[in-house]
Structures are given as structure tokens and as C-alpha cells.
Unconditional design. Structure first.
Length: 179
């Protein structure tokens, strides 16, 4: 099944056919499948195997048990910031808005857990993230807000941080329905 990163062409919040409207929490037993799914989508795998109370991952599976979507975030030590990550969907869910639904789930969960601000890295999907309220951000500001996250540590260690695009948006209003 072809995989896609989130895409600027998604327009609705409907679930992909035969997929629950709310993703399920990824368990340790899901990690091998999730790693393969994210690798096929060319997304960062850093920290997926780390047992961390600050890493939150969800998956969608189709009726056959195949992962067809994923979403997640990693929070800062104080919980005020969330690094949105691991958003991917199978091509079959693309026109159904699966990526938007998955991203909104991660944003809502981060806000409910106390995050005030969401951040992410993306060089290819800026228009998609803009539709979800993100604006371009300074990558060094992102790295300062989330220095202990696996993705920031990896990008610093490999020099990739200098090549990444950063995006941010407030999420505190999601707790009150203002955003």
C-alpha cells in the first residue's frame, strides 16, 4: 500500500474508509509495524523505541490489521511545548482528510495534556500545516523550546537542524475551544 506524508490536498476531516475516526494509542507491540510504516513514509524514527512518558503515539489500522495512519507528539520537560511528529497516512486515506484528522488528534491531545504551543519540522508540507494554523518559525527557537526531544537531539547531532523548516502554532485555546 503506498504511503504518503500529510498533504496540502486534504480537505475534509472524515476518516478513511474502514478506519476508526479516533486513532488508538500505539502499544509496545505496535512499534515494529509503526517503525516500518514510518520508514516507508520517509519519516524520522528517532526515539520511537524509547520508553518515555513524554512521547505519545497513535495509529490507525485497517480491518486487516495493517497500519494505515499514525500521529504523535513529544512534549517538553515542563509540558508547555509539543513537537508534533510521525504524521503519516496511507494513500487510500489521502482524499478523505486522514492526515488532517490525525494531525488534529495530536494537537488536541497535546493541548489536553497542558501544552500551550505546538511545533514541528517540515521541509515539504508547509501548505498542509498552514491550513492547520501553523506559521513558519525559527528552528533555533523550536530547538530551545524542545531541547530534550529525540528529533531535536538527532537533528543537532547530524547537522540536519540547519536544513529543516520549522513551524509553530498556539494550542492552549484548543482546551477552551477558542482555536
Amino acid at each position: 500500500m503506498p504511503l504518503v506524508r500529510v498533504s496540502p490536498t486534504e480537505t475534509t476531516g472524515a476518516a478513511a474508509p474502514n478506519v476508526a475516526s479516533t486513532p488508538s494509542t500505539a502499544a509496545a507491540t505496535d512499534l515494529a509495524d509503526l517503525r516500518a510504516f514510518l520508514a516507508a513514509a520517509d519519516l524520522t524514527l528517532a526515539g520511537l523505541d524509547a520508553a518515555s512518558p513524554r512521547l505519545h503515539l497513535w495509529i490507525d489500522r485497517d480491518p486487516t490489521g495493517t497500519i494505515v495512519g499514525s500521529t504523535g507528539y513529544e512534549s517538553s520537560a515542563d509540558g508547555a511545548h509539543a513537537l508534533i511528529r510521525s504524521i503519516a497516512g496511507a494513500a487510500t486515506g489521502r482524499t478523505c482528510g486522514a492526515g488532517s484528522r490525525l494531525a488534529r488528534h495530536a494537537l488536541a491531545q497535546a493541548a489536553a495534556a497542558g501544552a500551550d504551543h505546538a511545533w514541528l519540522f517540515s521541509r515539504r508540507s508547509g501548505p498542509f500545516w498552514q491550513k492547520l494554523g501553523f506559521t513558519p518559525a525559527d528552528r533555533d527557537t523550536l530547538a530551545a523550546a524542545l531541547p530534550d526531544t529525540h528529533q531535536v537531539q538527532l537533528f543537532r547531532a547530524t547537522g540536519q537542524l540547519a536544513r529543516e523548516g520549522a513551524w509553530s502554532r498556539p494550542v492552549a485555546g484548543l482546551r477552551t475551544g477558542l482555536l
